[in-house]
Design a protein around this ligand. Structure first.
Ligand code: BDR
Ligand code: CA
Length: 339
């Protein structure tokens, strides 16, 4: 089994990742912290609470930490994830409240209580994690592992020509996080799922139809591209209905940016890695995050060859298997939604 502390900025692909984790019987979701990113922190927390309730996991604590990136102003992404971060979905208002603890305290308490047991999964700007590392520098030793969605190492960015969104949103936090792991033993270094891997996790309407079939409910036709914008799903299973309404928006966003009627489910891939349910390979590297250059802010550079002669601080995923990852997602979520 695997015990996960999730930090996210829900966010459509964060929502898929969260629902996936809830669907895996061997995953213990210890807590979910809400980082400002795709939407503000309060909206992220509301989305997380509503999703956990929808997934039958209302007992999982949801906390808020930082309200903005470390040094930059908060810039949200209504064009990518919708005004509320969940596309066209209208989630029921959560009945649980936000945990009164600061996310950083919750993380540190959890890690100290269960040293060596918890895996940190970070699918948002690294603001809260950087603050947690400032407050508890032993965090890298206290955690069992760290998985990060962020950066872009082999080709281009999705926010600037060279920067991926999470790194761009809070480059100072990302730089602090990698610095904190510098020279740690190999098996403690964060596993980094960057854009060149996560853009391969390209969802098509057929995947959504397969998910609906697996969950034994109707509605796949609503995923097709010729439907009027904003049309809501009529799927009989609430989780599938809401995910369809999110993903339709995400398909339309990717199409608007010339990528076809598809959606890159970045954060789900990182969740699969954290859960130990998808195959991947990594390469050791020394990561630098650019914070000063106006054009290159948030750009992540990996030294794979030791040219900087600096200790490693990351394990970058260099190989993954998208078809297998989708099989895993569809089977896990579908089975759970049907149950
Ligand atoms: C990342 O940016 C966010 O909008 C997504 O949720 C994902 O975490 C991809 O660049
Ligand atoms: Ca995210």
């Amino acid at each position: 089994s695997v015990s996960i502390l999730l930090d996210c900025d829900t966010g459509i692909d964060d929502a898929v990742a969260l629902a996936y984790l809830c669907s895996r019987p061997e995953v213990e979701l210890v807590a979910v912290s809400s980082t400002p990113g795709n939407v503000d922190a309060t909206q992220v927390a509301r989305n997380n609470l509503a999703l956990l309730e929808l997934c039958g996991r209302p007992e999982v604590p949801v906390a808020i930490g930082a309200r903005a990136p470390l040094s930059l102003p908060l810039v949200t992404t209504p064009e990518t994830h919708g005004l509320q971060g969940i596309g066209y979905a209208e989630l029921p208002a959560p009945y649980q409240g936000i945990d009164p603890r600061h996310a950083v305290d919750l993380w540190i308490d959890a890690a100290r209580e269960r040293p060596g047991e918890l895996t940190a999964l970070l699918t948002a700007p690294l603001t809260n994690f950087a603050l947690a590392l400032r407050a508890e520098p032993r965090l890298p030793e206290l955690l069992r592992g760290v998985v990060i969605m962020g950066g872009s190492y082999y080709y281009q960015g999705n926010t600037t020509p060279t920067a991926e969104w999470n790194s761009h949103a809070d480059p100072h936090a990302a730089a602090e996080v990698f610095a904190a792991f510098s020279g740690m033993p190999e098996d403690r270094l964060p596993v980094v799922c960057a854009l060149e891997m996560t853009e391969r996790i390209e969802m098509h309407p057929e995947h959504l139809s397969a998910l609906a079939r697996e969950a034994a409910c109707e509605a796949p036709e609503l995923a097709l591209p010729d439907q009027p914008e904003g049309l809501r799903s009529t799927a009989s299973v609430p989780l599938i209905r809401h995910l369809s309404d999110m993903l339709r928006f995400y398909f339309e966003f990717h199409r608007a940016y010339g990528q076809g009627y598809v959606a890159h489910i970045h954060d789900y891939f990182a969740a699969g890695v954290a859960a130990g349910r998808v195959r991947y390979r990594t390469r050791l590297a020394t990561v630098h995050v650019e914070t000063d250059s106006p054009r290159l802010t948030g750009t992540t550079v990996a030294d794979f060859r030791g040219l900087w002669a600096e200790p490693h601080n990351a394990r970058i995923v260099t190989e993954n298997h998208p078809a297998e990852a989708f099989d895993e997602l569809i089977r896990s979520l579908g089975t759970r939604a049907r149950a």
